[in-house]
Design a protein around this ligand. Structure first.
Ligand code: BG6
Length: 467
């Protein structure tokens, strides 16, 4: 079977990871600026400098046969500390959208890809309910400003990773290890999501709205009852608290119960807000797929959550173990990247089938890609591994589509090389190479760019099909 003719083929980016110009055009400080500057970590101050290169980058997407571009709006560029509009920032995004339209590229917009304004972080960030009200105002401004130009909206990118990393692993701002705060912040993010969806409906914004989730379909090491219980804990922790809430309006009951057993105080969940959440359902799901989670029952030890942000130097340091719930394990049969990410296309196929059975919603693959070290100084990067990775994952997606899953688009992460959060710019995902040491940040398409062009132009028929 073929994919629908309206299928979107593109690349994805995030404002902080690509724009640079962190203190230009009236942009205020974000939580990430402050955290990376204060700790002297590699930052996205310049990143890919998309702020100044957007025309070149968008034209290149069109030359690469792409018909869509996923990007995020930066809250700190659009609103100042008093909640007033920043015209320069707004104009920048009008220009980006205009360029997309001029090049035949469908803009696919994320409202929030982690760059929380620093002044809100100072007041407790997502642990403070006021941040939800501030987000609603920001979303309203975006809907009013860009509503007539955008068809595809998403509220949040990956509530799971930003909360788990920020409040449990402690490797993202606000760099805490505090389970109570993690749950409060996660809940408020889902409430802010629902408030934005409500506003979207009230304003009759044309187009559709969804959420983007970092989807880790859960597999078990065997079929035992204890493994199945561990899988349910893992699924609630990794997926359901975002997807069930966005698609069905409910927090999984057994998850709330399990949190109470862990002495989490849930009294902040007030009735009116829970009711508001229950009424706001998304039009579609955006799923970012990098890897599945293979789990076994919890055996022993304290809760440990660590992430490899050091590439080959930190290989094998990723651990996800939640006391009394589950442990994530490595599959000896699988290949892993230098950053410990399993390469497992079948997980995408199975995950799509499950998401369809559970939610019956249209689905976009909003991110999929592989992070590698690459020498970009010696001409075209011959990234055959990226081509194989994308070939296998698009094939998996098409197999799911053949079985009735309503897949509407595929976005490669990333359109071009960009800043990879705590991993820096040397963890490269792009279809286009950027030499970050070159003062002009020269862009050169990689081999995968040309391969993807043929796939997009053929609407997937050039994918080698395997079952
Ligand atoms: C997703 C995020 O988690 O994965 C992106 O939406 C991120 O912002 C991407 O860059 C790859 O992860 P990382 O940590 O390798 O940059």
């Amino acid at each position: 079977m073929t994919l629908k003719s309206s299928f979107l083929w593109g690349g994805a980016t995030a404002s902080y990871q690509c724009e640079g110009a962190w203190n230009e055009g009236g942009r205020i400080e974000s939580e990430w600026d402050r955290y990376l500057h204060e700790n002297n970590f590699e930052s996205g101050d310049i990143a890919s400098d998309f702020y100044h290169h957007y025309k070149e980058d968008i034209r290149m997407m069109a030359e690469g046969g792409q018909n869509a571009f996923r990007f995020s709006l930066a809250w700190p560029r659009i609103m100042d500390e008093k909640g007033n509009r920043n015209q320069e920032g707004i104009d920048f995004y009008h220009n980006v959208i205009h360029e997309c339209r001029a090049c035949g590229i469908e803009p696919f917009v994320t409202l929030y890809h982690w760059d929380l304004p620093a002044y809100l972080a100072d007041n407790g960030g997502w642990t403070n309910r006021n941040t939800c009200d501030a987000f609603e105002k920001y979303a309203e401004l975006c809907f009013r400003e860009f509503g007539s130009e955008i068809k595809w909206w998403t509220t949040f990118n990956e509530p799971k990773w930003t909360i788990v990393s920020g409040y449990l692993v402690g490797n993202y701002p606000p760099a805490e290890k505090n389970a109570q705060h993690a749950v409060e912040a996660g809940y408020h993010m889902m409430l802010a999501h629902a408030m934005a969806v409500k506003k979207f409906r009230e304003m009759n914004v044309p187009g559709s709205i969804g959420i983007v989730h970092s989807y880790a379909p859960v597999d078990g090491v065997d079929d035992s009852v204890s493994t199945q219980k561990a899988m349910r804990f893992a699924d609630n922790f990794m997926n359901n608290w975002v997807l069930d809430v966005a698609a069905k309006g409910v927090f999984p009951e057994d998850f709330l119960e399990a949190l109470t057993v862990k002495d989490i105080d849930l009294s902040f969940m007030n009735k009116a807000d829970v009711q508001l959440i229950s009424k706001q359902k998304v039009d579609f799901l955006g799923l970012n797929y990098y890897a599945r989670a293979l789990v076994k029952p919890y055996s022993s030890g304290e809760t440990t959550l660590t992430v490899n942000n050091s590439g080959s130097k930190g290989k094998g340091t990723t651990v996800t173990l939640i006391k009394n719930w589950f442990e994530q394990v490595r599959d000896p049969e699988s290949k892993y990247t230098e950053w410990d990410t399993e390469i497992y296309p079948e997980g995408l196929y199975r995950g799509l089938i499950r998401a369809n059975e559970r939610y019956h919603l249209p689905i976009f693959i909003t991110e999929n890609g592989i992070g590698m070290y690459e020498d970009v100084t010696k001409g075209e990067v011959n990234d055959q591994y990226r081509i194989s990775f994308m070939q296998d994952h698009i094939n998996a997606m098409m197999n799911a589509s053949d079985e009735g899953v309503d897949v509407c688009g595929y976005f490669a992460w990333s359109s071009f090389d960009l800043y990879s959060w705590k991993n820096g710019c040397e963890k490269r995902y792009g279809l286009v190479a950027i030499d970050f040491k070159d003062p002009n940040l020269k862009r050169v398409p990689k081999k995968s760019f040309y391969w993807f062009k043929e796939i997009a132009k053929s609407n997937g028929t050039k994918i080698e099909r395997r079952h």
